[in-house]
Design a protein. Structure first.
Length: 238
């Protein structure tokens, strides 16, 4: 049986979310643990990938900017956006194939959009998902000793004007869009999250889903009691 643990962390600042991911990555490197899918909604923030150009951050004003270890250029995260951070062991799931992993993330987003009657598509050589010339989902991943972190951001009810302060993904010709804009009405973020989870499990071939409880995530946020967290993750397989 292939098990996926998941948790919606709700509204969480970028640095705390990154710290949580990094601690989970470290734990997975120590032990053969279940894969984990984290859902997050960030306060307003711009993140710049490890190879991103600072010149693509035009006028951030009051919004903080963080350099990230993920791939890609600059993007925006904020309320109304579904951010997904998979902590996946590529050795067991995809035979160390990072490109296939990214394609699977894209397919998960495409299927989720289809569930809401939207036709998303890839646009090689660029990553992410597009509706015409408008990008609706951005992808920027990192892999540390075969364990993935960072991930995907899907614009659901995102305030798109924040993208005007940057050159999104470093592509001056590209526009951005959201599910709300394309469908003409605000969308239920919880329903989008649920469909993404089910599509992720199907695309990546997981047989079972288990929720990863809040108190265990709390221990990762404050850096305490890693052993109990490790034992809990091992126990999910039982």
């Amino acid at each position: 049986m292939s098990l996926l643990a998941y948790r919606d962390l709700g509204f969480l600042d970028y640095q705390t979310a990154l710290s949580t991911q990094e601690r989970l990555v470290a734990l997975k490197q120590q032990e053969s643990l279940v894969d984990i899918l984290l859902f997050i909604e960030h306060p307003h923030v711009y993140t710049l990938g490890r190879g991103g150009k600072e010149g693509n951050v035009l006028a951030p004003k009051e919004v903080p900017v963080h350099r990230a270890s993920r791939g890609g250029d600059v993007t925006y995260h904020g309320p109304g956006q579904l951010v997904v951070y998979p902590i996946v062991d590529l050795r067991s799931k995809l035979r160390k194939d990072v490109h296939r992993y990214v394609r699977n993330l894209e397919m998960t987003a495409i299927r989720t959009l289809e569930d809401f009657n939207l036709e998303g598509a890839r646009r090689p050589p660029y990553t992410g998902i597009w509706i015409g010339d408008k990008k609706i989902a951005a992808i920027g991943v990192a892999v540390r000793r075969c364990i993935t972190f960072h991930g995907l951001a899907l614009n659901v009810n995102t305030t798109l004007s924040y993208f005007n302060r940057i050159v999104p993904c470093g592509l001056a010709w590209a526009d951005v869009t959201s599910m709300q804009k394309e469908l003409g009405a605000e969308q239920n973020l919880a329903k989008v999250r649920e469909r993404f989870l089910l599509n992720f499990a199907e695309v990546f071939g997981y047989d079972d889903l288990k929720e990863y409880f809040e108190d265990r995530i709390g221990k990762l946020k404050d850096g305490s009691d890693d052993l109990n967290v490790l034992n809990y993750l091992n126990g999910l397989n039982g």
